[in-house]
Design a protein around this ligand. Sequence first.
Ligand code: AMP
Length: 279
Amino acid sequence: MLIKDINRMKEVIKGVKKEGKTIGFVPTMGYLHEGHLSLIRCSKRDNDITVVSIFVNPIQFGQNEDLDRYPRDLERDEKLCRQEGVDYIFVPSAEQMYPEGFSTYVQVEELTGGLCGAFRPGHFKGVTTVVTKLFNIVQPDRAYFGEKDYQQLAVVKKMVKDLNMNLEVVGCPIVREKDGLAMSSRNKYLSPKERESAVALYKALVRAKESFEKGINSVEELKKIMEETIISYPEVNEIQYIEIVDPDTLKPKNVAEEGDVVALAVFVGNTRLIDNIRL
Ligand code: AMP
């Protein structure tokens, strides 16, 4: 069932809670792909009821980012959710989520300073604010996030812990295309040539992991290997960052250790792609 109104959603949740059913929640920005569907399947496995939200959250986009052209196809998303047996699709409007005079924000410090946070000021503040609102409306027992957005997952986990929110945050593995490209709604922006070059991110991550396993643990050296790999793909415009960070603190390392996260953001054509891998 598709629900647009916030109060209607809250009423439905009240009923579900009264029946003593558990609620799994998958927040998304829509234009669903196998990555999203894997989260839905995890939620279905663990909970009585699964709620998927589809909301392109304006406050997490920067001024020069892709809010207006972000891909949308509600009809298709609805069909996919039905096929997966989603119980409720929550599609609030931006006007209802952020009425005039809206002025309360949730901000996680520390974890949001590096990686994507360094290049997208205000982005995580927008994410944690909307996720808090959605948690308050849907009141999930468990919420599912992809490791694809590793920093986002870490930030949401920290917020839930610090603010004593009453739910479990579950991280789910990255789902990839056959050639290794991490699935993303933004892959739609890629021209056929750019799509071929987009595999650069995954190839670089795999090379870093292999090099680490062969005994190279200098981050400087590992970064160099990754850069070499990436710039060999013709449609790559810019490497925004490559970092090797502690999986919990997200602090950059000089010497890589097992379990560290290698994360990167790269512009292929004008499309900004991110990916990561665990050592
Ligand atoms: P988005 O709609 O891009 O905001 O993503 C919604 C959720 O799906 C987030 O928790 C993402 O981390 C997750 N997600 C997106 N792409 C993937 C992927 N390729 N594999 C696993 N999870 C993903």
